[in-house]
Design a protein around this ligand. Sequence first.
Ligand SMILES: Nc1nc2c(ncn2[C@@H]2O[C@H](COP(=O)(O)OP(=O)(O)OP(=O)(O)O)[C@@H](O)[C@H]2O)c(=O)[nH]1
Ligand SMILES: [Mg+2]
Length: 291
Amino acid sequence: MKSAVVSIIGRPSAGKSSLMNALCGQKIAIISPSPQTTRNAVRGIYNDSRGQLLFIDTPGYHNSEKQFNLHLQRVAVDSLKDSDLILYVTDSTREPGEEEQAILDILKLSNTSVIAVMNKSDHPHAKPKRNSSIIKEQLGDIPRITVSAVTKAGLDELLDVMFAEAPEGEALYPEDYYTDQPPEFRISEIIREQVINRVSQEVPHAVYVEISDIETDESAGRLWIRAFIHVEKESQKGIIVGKKGTMIQAVRVSSQKELAKLFPYAISLDLRVKVQRKWRKNSAIVNRIIY
Ligand SMILES: Nc1nc2c(ncn2[C@@H]2O[C@H](COP(=O)(O)OP(=O)(O)OP(=O)(O)O)[C@@H](O)[C@H]2O)c(=O)[nH]1
Ligand SMILES: [Mg+2]
């Protein structure tokens, strides 16, 4: 049997989380069109008769000296150290820029095998061959697979290549597991996804969610959750609450719907929006929510 830890790295919005979810056939990591959606190393597990692949989805690698971004970079780079394989995901619709070069430079120094993935092949502006030839120039003749996380084109070929490169070994998790995220983390991520997909510009970056209470009422078959949506400014709080509370109400209803898919309970969600000024510069908060 084969068993491999596979880190997924690439620049923000390349489609890393979408790809992991598509490979595992489950909604594991949250997704949004705004960059830097993923903030933690999120694990997803794939099993078939060939063995087990343990994916580690990472925050998009973004060149910036800001403390918060350095923290996210560290989460991404640290995950490479313990992996057997690296999936390097590029967005075929975008010109490889400076940021791509920073990742290529990290990969050149790594001793771990790299498989390159040119994602978003379904998009009318996709140029996977352009990305592929730049990767070949810089990393040599490594496996390079064109895929779409949306249509799932190329995923079978990608799985074949990953299993061919994976070492022999025992599965790290039982076969029916597809993630190891604690329930509090999954709940807070689902709520954050519902918020950031309704706002734009700087607001998605200013949001973090923390769960303050979870209670199960077994006899009523109900799960009570109270969560705080933190933002950096009063104006952002206004946006998330919305006119007469319409936005926060929509976030609540859609989050409950998503959570009901995960838990065998009726969900009662109580959401509060709170201003936490400059939290991205507060290392106590950053260390608590990103690890
Ligand atoms: N057309 C197309 N869009 C895709 C594909 N994969 C991802 N996307 C879109 O690209 C955007 C970013 O996707 P994510 O999966 O969140 O990207 P990510 O690399 O995890 O982003 P970060 O976590 O911010 O680094 C979303 O709007 C996705 O729907 C694809 O194969 N085709
Ligand atoms: Mg992501």
